[in-house]
Design a protein around this ligand. Structure first.
Ligand code: SAH
Length: 195
């Protein structure tokens, strides 16, 4: 049987259809650096990625992964909450960010007590909307199955419904295991400027 495509792969396919060489993009939750490596490849030598995490281990893991692929020069890693991303993204890039990727929950292989929190997640999403270019995308991989994850996913859904529908569209993609606790991918697309 062929392996079903994962939500992570779907997120990469969608983000890949937005990001072009020279673009700026953000990894809001570095974790083990898979999304950062993907973004760094997509933006080419002329682009840049800024990645955030609050755990030093995530920065170490991500940096090692970038080194393996010789992509470290295209990426800035910040030991900071994604809620503060407006302070870390240079002013000249505000309104120019093509993609922001979130992968919620805990860092695989580390302390499972350190998880994303709804207040900072929503603050980061609001900041991401300020930073986005016209025709841009935010992806959020959410895990309702772990403690706190269900509420976070519900609030995320409510947040996305409050977005200005003339400017943003939201799609929720469920994983192939159709259980209430299964992970889901939120895709928030910002429209191109209307002429
Ligand atoms: N994208 C990763 C998995 C992310 S795990 C991968 O592909 O491997 C979620 C990460 O979010 C953890 O590393 C955790 O430390 C981080 N995190 C939790 N709260 C955060 C915050 N406020 N700002 C930035 N990162 C945060």
């Amino acid at each position: 049987m062929t392996k079903p495509i994962s939500l992570l792969e779907i997120a990469h396919n969608i983000v890949g259809s937005y990001v072009a060489p020279g673009d700026i993009s953000l990894d809001a939750t570095l974790g083990n650096g898979h999304d950062t490596v993907f973004l760094a490849r997509s933006i080419g030598i002329g682009g840049h990625v800024i990645g955030f995490d609050i755990q030093p281990q995530a920065l170490v893991n991500s940096f090692q992964r970038l080194l393996q692929h010789d992509l470290q020069r295209r990426v800035t890693l910040r030991l900071a909450s994604h809620a503060d991303m407006l302070l870390h993204v240079p002013k000249q890039w505000h309104g120019r960010v093509r993609a922001v990727m979130f992968n919620l929950g805990y860092l695989p292989g580390a302390d499972k007590a350190v998880i994303t929190q709804i207040d900072s997640t929503l603050a980061a999403l609001n900041a991401a909307c300020v930073l986005l270019a016209p025709r841009a995308v935010i992806t959020v991989l959410a895990y309702p199955g772990h403690a706190g994850g269900e509420l976070e996913t519900e609030q995320l859904a409510a947040w996305s419904q409050r977005l200005d529908q003339t400017c943003y569209t939201t799609e929720v993609i469920l994983s192939s295991h159709d259980k209430p606790a299964a992970p889901r991918l939120f895709v928030i697309r910002k429209q191109a400027d209307l002429l």
